[in-house]
Design a protein around this ligand. Structure first.
Ligand code: SAH
Ligand code: SF4
Length: 420
């Protein structure tokens, strides 16, 4: 069961999604991406394999899906030639569809993606000197309506399935050419003996090293699907990314935070953005339901938070709203009061058409940062990335709506060329 129903935004606060089964494909085949190994084995069993064969085939297929990134059963060279069409008749290896792919002059890449039922969502890749971070979406739109966030203005919301979430990571690896021996079609031609077991790659030198659940949506309102997707991302036989390299960002869904720590165990980021009830109620409306004290107490109780694994507080800099010296001092006081192992990310507000806020001045941001730093808390200012391609959440989706059909076709061609 996955929460995939479209849900109108019911108001400022009530975000409870309605669950329904994934719409079956018209051709009756089942998409394997997003399913745990045990479920793949069950499906193979239901399709006629005996229990032992089902388990073995599931292990092999899982490895091809997540370790090698193949998208074609014919490429699974250690599976008998006669078995491959049997698989292809019953199953598919899905990827989100790419509507638009953009490349910024600073190396940031952004994709507008589409689910099988035509819901659009976004993914961003941000390369840095020592890491490459993929910003992954958890929902189409968001029910939470934070006042400075463009995603919160979207009319319809639907939870992404585990396959659609992990599919973003798979697609990014496709686009970055990061599967062992790029050019997946070559696998079939290579034959078994030419494909060595470790796939000829190491974790070093990868472009995609980190994942942040900071794309569209509130991950803790799609808890089960986000957890199941991240389990696949962390699975040692699959994408094998360490939980230390994954960060989940929440606007403060307090009742789900402990479970996130226990059942997912990744790093936590909290979109704090304000230090008084009045301002946070206005800009992050979930604060009216779960207030600052409750939120910070939940942070203090977050499993395994420590100085080595600090909680990140995201703080968007809004001119004359949350950016005064007093705000900075109050931020320090709260972090110390709750004895939080914390760092603060100061994010210059990324404006969008119709936004009612402005970004704080660079001097104001620098002063705010200094005050927090002087109190012994790291508070770097995040450099805006990909400004030329509107790389902030929710912006590409709207921009794409304004392009003509011809422009979209041209971009789709470029995208094909970029993806090879
Ligand atoms: N819903 C989750 C995760 C997605 S938002 C959350 O709110 O934490 C990811 C981050 O981008 C959040 O910190 C959010 O506040 C920030 N953000 C959203 N819109 C922004 C904008 N226009 N400028 C700067 N940061 C923004
Ligand atoms: Fe949703 Fe996060 Fe945007 Fe708030 S900041 S509307 S929680 S995506």
């Amino acid at each position: 069961m996955a929460d995939t129903a479209l849900m109108p935004i019911p108001g400022m606060l009530d975000p409870v999604p309605v669950a329904r089964d994934i719409t079956p494909r018209e051709d009756g085949r089942v998409d394997l991406i997003g399913l745990p190994r045990g479920r793949i084995a069950e499906l193979f069993g239901e399709a006629g394999l005996d229990a032992k064969a089902a388990k073995l085939r599931a292990k092999q297929v899982f490895h091809w899906l997540y370790h090698r990134g193949v998208t074609d059963f014919e490429a699974m060279t250690d599976i008998a030639k006669t078995m491959r069409p049997w698989l292809a008749e019953r199953f598919v290896i899905g990827r989100p569809e790419v509507v638009l792919a953009q490349h910024s002059s600073d190396g940031t890449r952004k994709w507008l993606l589409k689910t099988a039922d035509d819901q659009e969502f976004e993914m961003v890749f941000i390369p840095d000197a020592d890491r490459g971070t993929l910003c992954v979406s958890s929902q189409v739109g968001c029910t939470l309506n934070c006042r400075f966030c463009h995603t919160g203005t979207m009319r319809l919301v639907r939870n992404l399935t585990p396959g659609e979430i992990v599919g973003q990571v798979m697609l990014a690896r496709d686009a970055l050419g990061e599967w062992p021996r790029t050019g997946q079609a070559d696998f079939a031609a290579l034959g078994d003996d030419l494909v060595d077991d470790d796939g000829g790659y190491s974790a070093d030198g990868r472009l995609l090293t980190n994942i942040v659940m900071m794309g569209m949506g509130e991950p803790l309102y799609n808890f089960d699907n986000v957890r199941d997707a991240l389990k696949l991302v962390m699975d040692g036989d699959g994408l094998a990314l360490s939980k230390r390299r994954i960060t989940l960002s929440t606007s403060g869904v307090v009742p789900m935070m402990a479970r996130a720590g226990e059942e997912i165990g990744v790093n936590l980021a909290v979109s704090l953005h304000a230090v008084s009830k009045e301002v946070r109620d206005e800009i992050v409306p979930i604060n009216r339901k779960y207030g600052l004290d409750e939120l910070l107490a939940a942070c203090a109780a977050y499993p395994r938070a420590s100085n080595a694994r600090r909680i990140t507080f995201e703080y968007v800099m809004l001119k004359n709203k949350n950016d005064s010296d007093e705000d900075a001092r109050e931020l320090v006081r709260l972090i110390k009061k709750y004895k939080l192992p914390a760092k603060v990310n100061l994010i210059p507000f990324n404006p969008w058409p119709g936004a009612i806020y402005e970004c704080s001045t660079p001097e104001r941001i620098r002063r705010f940062s200094e005050i927090v730093f002087e109190a012994g808390i790291s508070a770097p200012v995040r450099t805006p990335r990909g400004r030329d391609i509107d790389a902030a959440c929710g912006q590409l989706k709207t921009a794409a709506k304004k392009l003509s059909r011809a422009e979209l076709d041209r971009l789709a061609e470029e995208k094909q060329a970029a993806l090879g």
